[in-house]
Design a protein around this ligand. Sequence first.
Ligand code: ADP
Ligand code: MG
Length: 488
Amino acid sequence: MSSQPRADVNNNGLKAINTVEKNNRTSSENDNSITDAMWGRVCKRFTDEFGVQALTSWVQQLCFKGLEGTSVELTAPTKFVRDWIQRHYAPRLKDFFQAENPRIQSLNIRISTGQQPNINSNIVSSAPSQNQNPNANTKDTTEAIAEGSAIDPRYNFNNFVVGKSNELAYAAAKRIAESKEVPFNPLFLHGGVGLGKTHLMHAIAWETKRNNPDSRVVYVSAEKFMYEFISALRFKDTHAFKQKFRNVDLLMVDDVQFIANKESTQEEFFHTFNALMDNRCQVIITADRSPTDLEGIEDRIVSRLGWGLVADIHPTDYELRFGILQSKAEQATPHVNIDPEVLEFLARRITSNVRELEGALNRVMAYATLIGRPITMDMTREVLQDLIRANDRKLTIDEIQRAVAEYYNLRLSEMLSQRRARNIARPRQVAMYLSKQMTPRSLPEIGRRFGGRDHTTVMHAVRKIEDLRRDDSGLEDDITRLMRRLEN
Ligand code: ADP
Ligand code: MG
């Protein structure tokens, strides 16, 4: 399961190893050529056994720090990489080190935050494909809008998925972008974090410029508005500041809650706002709450903010989350195969906000692209362990014990008893393993809950099942089914 397809080890392998040695030398404080060479040979052995892909995907992310007594000291960029290597490659890596130096007893992989993480970054979402961009003339538009802040071409109407929770906001945004008349002024969009407010604003900017290339569109976060205002005051250049924000056809100010309690900025914002409204220029404002819930913003401003159309974006429902995932998966470049069950699973489990949902999908896609395999449920669980757990309802040891007993047709009392018959002991180990994997409980706590057993018994069970999962496909199936059952 863990071994990768063998690549051209002689050529690529050596090249890869050279890189390792070089990286190691620059990042390691002790420029010790003996240990460098040793690391190179360990990598060579590793490549011979696991292939060059496993080397570049995993082991090359490690940084070899040297020997501490009988322990090999390594660092990994993230917990995920560390755990993966520990689970899949650590025993063999230790063997390879031992072949170099028989005194070596253990590997110690620490997490080094200074190291660049390579796996969990959103590499998939970073480059939009050309055809996603509704505006062929990217450069011009960006320049024209650069007065405020740059507009992100990834945020457009084509890839905004509409559902019940955001249909009013979407319709209002579309309407403004399409019409020359001012339909309602201002438009006030509000909703929780990560629900698409900024996305809609950028989409409006693109679409407006496309329909009307001469229009002057400015998008700015309330924070940036404030900083520009403060520096204008400092450099005694408020005239230019006023020109910039008042001489526009469409002004969008994002996250206006930011200027709550910032009195002089509010004052200036209010004047800008009034000037634009008087000239029948369109204004769009977003905030994380409704106008009346904005505290620390003057009443006269609040009341004016509510003059036009106030549209709120509600939290997403399952259908919308599923739709968003589907759309993101379709747009992904390069294309990856995703088991539809994975999308369902993510839409059901990650309910907090769209940003987190997207982040989860990106992580799995990045990972799958890296190791060149389609996205399966198992891979998803593995990659998103931490996130899934954070979004989890709390699973108890009791529930796990019941589910496992039921699955193996045992009575709960039998499973918790001291009997050692295999048909009882193995399910018990499975239940201990699942308790360790799926709850935050410690080994001693789990031991206590299994008829007062010692923590070493639990540890043994966890290791045993981990090993068996790799070789015994029947057991692997049982565990997958049980996990699925417990997660739902
Ligand atoms: P907000 O500004 O409300 O905090 P964002 O506009 O930054 O949220 O959205 C967070 C992420 O979620 C962005 O990447 C955005 O593209 C995505 N997103 C939110 N809602 C949708 C949607 N309905 N369809 C597609 N993507 C969405
Ligand atoms: Mg935002």
